[in-house]
Design a protein around this ligand. Sequence first.
Ligand code: E4P
Length: 225
Amino acid sequence: MYANLTVMKFFIDTANLAQITEANDLGILDGVTTNPSLMAKEGIAGEAAVLKHYIDICNIVDGDVSAEVISTDYEGMIAEGEKLAALHQNIVVKIPMIKDGIKAIKYFSSKGIRTNCTLIFSSGQAILAAKAGATYISPFVGRLDDISYDGMQLIAEISQIFTVQGYQTQILAASIRNPIHIIKSAQYGAHVITSPLSAILALLNHPLTDKGLAQFLADHKKANS
Ligand code: E4P
């Protein structure tokens, strides 16, 4: 029994504008997730630059863009989240799975501000974030695999729980590392995957496709020469 009753959305997990543009040009992009590490990787530092970068991303993609708060206390998360949400209608405030984060998610939910609860590594955390009214929860599949837990099994378990309970919170499979993670996420009922561009593009590949296309083109050339 799985949660998903809609077509799984594709988000890209990067703050790199060129990669966001490439994925968007492919015509399959539904949104973007970022985090402080991804912003730092692009050399985006300082509040003004960070806020501008979120607007730049929103101007490329017509879909939800997760922008993460840096504060870890309730008041700080509220102040930061309200500022982020005011940037653009597609901004989703990304909140860490901590005690004050749950309180902040509840607050934002009551104000109609959408949230993505990040750093989810257990079904208990997923239930708590959903109960608080998170729009999305982000279970980190790859980081669980890294420590010998089955990340995909967590997606299946949360999917089953959300179906049984009727939670409206969407399961956003995060920390995706390879195309199998994407395929299994679809199989297990994730509502969304967020992935590096490389894993999305890896879905294209099959040696028999390459071999078959080469044969078709060779046969066409022979017949027309
Ligand atoms: C989620 O939104 C995070 O940005 C992300 O998926 C983390 O993935 P990583 O484990 O590859 O850093």
